[in-house]
Ligand binder design. Structure first.
Ligand code: G6P
Length: 463
């Protein structure tokens, strides 16, 4: 295989601490010669057409600037107010402004123009996530015939949700320009096939849309993972235990329930707080015995729906505090900021319960990291949403329907009262799964599939 080029919206060092994408990919690129390409994080009036390359902690990273206007349409608009909510089946939270699509395509074309001069004939290009679906089309329009793979880090939508997205047929055609499309879970591949098999609905004018030809594109599930050995080590380092010791003093004998999520409506945070509220309301014996710590770094806060989720959560946390707190006991701590990996690793290890209950999630790496950080002698319990991709891997977690807060409250009770033997047996299976699905194996499998021994097809440029 030639060099590896990774393309994503954010480049290393720019992602929030709780987002798994940058952490996961950095490792892959250090093993393969090549570079990472993406947005610089800067908004300027007139972007330079050429990318600027710099060394970031040993990684060669090419970056381009964007205009405020294009970035708004591409990132806050089409990517995060249309694609993100639709792919997460939250059409009620989508803002369908069709004109954002032009900005989305303009930015993808700008990425392609700046990247093309740096591509060599045998380079392999690996594009990441929903911001950059049209990139293969744009690169092929400029004559690139390289092997190109696309990996979707978020769930793939059901056919109906897909049809609600303006220009969904063009987006599907864009996906067909890749040699390989990777998804997080089998459920996503099934949803994709559902579209491929039943496409061509009538348009408003009554004429059927042209069907998309997927005969040159392989679509497969490659569930992403973490680096479980590195996390296991990290959890006992002095940097991790520093925070843990202080927490232990504060908690005394209380069992810690831990949630770590970007402040995003897909994470089901209000439902989670409600489930905890029910646990305390229905089991008075747990009061003073448990403590919920929810870490939730703010995310995409220029978007109204994110501000509203934040406001809802503020009100709910206030309600639970007012109802259950005593002068000498607090039922929960809610922190709206990001923490570094060492502190998180320590907290995961200290927690008796890892509460990972998104309403829908591509994978959820917090579940992987929580498992990896447990003490094998006295492991905590993972309470996991059945709608996270991770549920296909971690069958021995306590799987819950996060919309059913009674069920989540009951799972919390079971987790808190689970005997040591059962905790150990479940954890061993979970840790084995985390190791099988490590980020190293994920990248290896994807790249093996993308670069077959015979070199695969060289695609003709798109007309
Ligand atoms: C999810 C997406 C990533 C994204 C991350 C953080 O994990 O799959 O592509 O980078 O969220 O979101 P942000 O909008 O801050 O990049």
């Amino acid at each position: 295989m030639g060099r590896l080029i990774i393309v994503s919206n954010r480049t290393p060092g720019k992602g929030p601490a709780a987002g798994g994408l940058a952490v996961a990919l950095r490792k892959v690129l250090t093993e393969h010669e090549g570079f990472w390409f993406g947005w610089s994080g800067k908004l300027v009036e007139k972007p330079e057409p050429e990318a600027v390359f710099e060394d970031i902690e040993g990684l060669n990273v090419g970056k381009i600037d964007l205009t405020q206007h294009d970035h708004h349409a591409y990132y806050a608009g089409f990517s995060n107010s249309i694609l993100w909510p639709s792919f997460h089946l939250r059409l009620d939270l989508a803002t369908i402004e069709g004109h954002w699509y032009e900005g989305y395509r303009r930015v993808n074309a700008q990425f392609a123009r700046a990247l093309k001069p740096h591509i060599q004939a045998d380079d392999v290009i690996w594009v990441h996530d929903y911001h950059l679906i049209p990139l293969a089309t744009e690169l092929r329009n400029l004559g690139a015939r390289n092997r190109m793979g696309f990996y979707l880090h978020i769930p793939f939508p059901t056919v109906d949700a897909l049809y609600a997205i303006p220009h969904h047929n063009e987006l599907m055609r864009d996906l067909s320009r890749y040699d390989l499309v990777g998804m997080q879970a089998e459920r996503d591949v099934t949803a994709f096939r559902d579209f491929a098999d039943h496409q061509a609905p009538a348009t408003l004018s009554g004429s059927p849309l042209r069907t998309v030809d997927f005969s040159n594109t392989e679509v497969k599930a490659f569930p992403i993972g973490s680096d479980p050995d590195a996390f296991a080590k990290l959890a006992t380092t002095p940097a991790a235990t520093k925070m843990v010791k202080r927490m232990q003093r504060l908690l005394e004998e209380q069992a810690l329930i831990l949630g770590v999520d970007r402040l995003d409506y897909s994470k089901g945070l209000p439902q989670r707080v409600e489930a905890y509220e029910k646990l305390l309301a229905n089991n008075a014996n747990f009061r003073r015995q448990v403590h919920l710590l929810q870490v939730a770094p703010p995310s995409r806060d220029s978007i109204k729906e994110y501000q509203e989720t934040s406001d809802t959560l503020d009100a709910m946390v206030g309600r639970v505090m007012g109802h259950f707190a005593e002068p000498d006991w607090q039922p929960l701590t809610y922190v709206k900021r990001a923490y570094g990996q060492p502190s998180l690793a320590g907290l995961y290890r200290l927690a008796r319960v890892g509460l990972v209950t998104p309403l829908r999630d591509g994978m959820n790496l917090v579940a992987h990291e929580f498992v990896a950080c447990q003490d094998p002698e006295d492991p905590g319990v993972l309470v996991l949403s059945r709608f996270a991709g991770a549920a296909e891997i971690f069958e021995d977690a306590l799987l819950v329907n996060p919309f059913d807060t009674d069920e989540t409250a009951e799972a919390l009770r079971l987790a808190l009262q689970m005997p040591l033997d059962e905790r150990r047996t479940r954890w061993e299976t979970l840790m084995q799964a985390a190791k099988t699905h490590s980020v190293d194996n994920w990248a290896k499998h994807f790249l093996e599939q993308l670069t077959p021994a015979d070199g695969g097809n060289k695609r003709p440029p798109v007309r």
